[in-house]
Unconditional design. Structure first.
Length: 185
């Protein structure tokens, strides 16, 4: 029997629908580098590898990314939750987040934005389409280089549910046998 449902505030539906996992977006324009915590992103295409990211125009990273046309999407493991929250709660206009949070800037091979060495994975991105930036703050990036630590194969990641709560990634359920071969690439 289906559960009885109650009315729910539409402004909070993200509690159930946030894409996951939380990432740290690093950017550089001229002599400024910054890091922002980002939860509003989505995979948009396989080849080329396109990722859509909503970056508020009120965020310091917005202008850095808009001017440079590039960034690095860094995937932190769940153990970095306090750092992830701290980065999201301060502005790069007021402090150097790399220095303040003790994070290492790595050299990217295809973009000028820095990698965050402590993260499990780093995806170097170039702006692919900016037609929805003015209306929706939606940047569409192409991943041009990916760096992923070999271990752990399935890192525990953070998934924001809103209102200061995170969910951790859970166990993996394998259903490859049900997919067509072309969908597994």
């Amino acid at each position: 029997m289906p559960a009885t449902k109650k009315s729910y505030p539409v402004a909070n539906v993200r509690h159930f629908l946030e894409p996951g996992p939380i990432v740290l977006l690093s950017s550089r324009w001229q002599d400024q580098s910054n890091i922002m915590t980002l939860g509003w992103h989505m995979v948009m295409e396989f080849t080329p590898s396109l990722i859509g990211c909503v970056i508020s125009s009120a965020n310091h990273s917005f202008e850095l990314v808009r001017n440079s046309g590039e960034c690095v999407i860094n995937l932190p493991e769940a153990k970095w939750v306090d750092t992830v929250v701290g980065i999201g709660n301060c502005s790069g206009t007021e402090l150097d987040k790399f220095e303040h949070f003790g994070l290492t800037q790595g050299k990217a091979s295809k973009v000028k934005a820095p990698l965050i060495e402590e993260c499990h994975a780093n995806f170097e991105c170039r702006l692919h389409d900016d037609t929805m930036v003015d209306g929706y703050n939606l940047f569409i990036f192409e991943v041009v280089k990916a760096h992923v630590a070999p271990s752990p194969a399935q890192p525990e990641t953070l998934h924001y549910q809103g209102m200061g709560q995170f969910m951790l990634s859970g166990k993996t359920i394998d259903r490859k046998r049900l997919f067509k071969a072309s969908m597994l690439t």
